[in-house]
Design a protein around this ligand. Structure first.
Ligand code: CP
Ligand code: NVA
Length: 301
């Protein structure tokens, strides 16, 4: 059966740990200039229906470093954007490329694409999930803390977006405790939360200082995700008091790490002092997109 990565829970804990180990090896190889062309002659198609800096560049560079090739496909320039079906697009691309990465709106689109694809499909962000970002986040935590098991991650902000859902799933999968604080009306998806509760230790509060208490890793994300721009004003009001700043960080463990998938809005979800401060690992996190995804591409393609 073709293996896809649509959610981080599409891999087992053992597979996740193997991916992180392999990512670490290939990161070292890049630093030492050791070639690792595991995907020579292979091609990745990358469909984008939303903007991207990190995802596009890290997947494309990743394929180059693996000896393969990536094709950037903006849906605006594809027949998909003019109404060609997901079914036909998946069938046709399967005849050309060895894998497809998709960034889109509804998660049902990647599910439908994967159902019709004969090659592996990777979710490069939907409204509901962002699994490849969380692979990089877990890699970064492991690098800085030496382990994942038993650590506590606190997410402060929009509980109902792609990052929070994938972080909840990734934290529980890797044996971390997960705390979330969000305003009323922005709580995590009930299904994601129920599943996490059944297999791990999760805690929800409307109070950020309660959620962040003793946390080893503090994470946030934009208050308005791509596609929700018309709600920006209402969200700015709703999220007042949910900024990750120096005062909030002082309730976390003294050596707590700060992560943000980027792009960030300094002065909104995070203060400049925190994101540009000594506890922040956001650029290691961005770099690790490259290495973690290479391990994923090597495994799936
Ligand atoms: N973090 C992330 O996915 O960044 P891009 O939107 O720039 O790809
Ligand atoms: N939640 C953000 C993540 C961007 C990488 C968004 O969907 O816009």
């Amino acid at each position: 059966m073709t293996q896809h990565l649509l959610k981080i829970t599409d891999v087992t804990k053992d597979e996740l740990m193997d991916l992180l180990d392999d990512a670490k090896i290939m990161k070292q190889q890049v630093k030492e200039g050791v070639p690792h062309p595991h995907l020579a002659g292979k091609t990745l198609g990358m469909i984008f229906e939303k903007a991207s800096t990190r995802t596009r560049v890290s997947f494309e560079v990743g394929m180059t470093q693996l000896g393969g090739h990536a094709i950037f496909l903006s849906s605006k320039d594809m027949q998909l954007g003019r109404g060609e079906s997901v079914h036909d697009t998946a069938k046709v691309l399967s005849r050309y490329v060895d894998g497809v990465m998709i960034r889109t709106f509804g998660h049902d689109m990647v599910e439908s694409f994967a159902a019709h694809s004969d090659v592996p499909v990777i979710n490069g962000l939907t409204d509901e999930h962002h699994p490849t970002q969380v692979l990089a986040d877990l890699m970064t935590i492991q690098e800085h803390k030496g382990t994942l098991e038993g650590l506590t991650m606190a997410f402060i902000g929009d509980g109902n977006n792609n990052m929070t859902h994938s972080l909840i799933q990734g934290a529980v999968l890797s044996g971390m405790n997960m705390h979330v604080a969000s305003p009323e009306g922005y709580e995590p998806d009930a299904g994601v939360w129920k599943e996490a509760e059944a297999s791990g230790t999760v805690f929800f509060s409307h109070d950020p200082s309660e959620a962040v208490k003793e946390a080893d890793v503090v994470v946030t994300d934009v208050w308005t995700s791509m596609g929700s721009e018309s709600e920006t004003e209402g969200r700015l009001k709703a999220f007042e008091g949910y900024q990750v700043n120096e005062a909030l960080m002082s309730s976390a463990a003294a050596d707590a790490l700060f992560l943000h998938c980027l792009p960030a809005h300094r002065g909104e979800e995070v203060s400049a002092g925190v994101i540009d401060g000594p506890q922040s690992a956001v650029f290691d996190e961005a770099e690790n997109r490259l290495h973690a995804q290479k391990a994923l591409l090597k495994k799936l393609l």
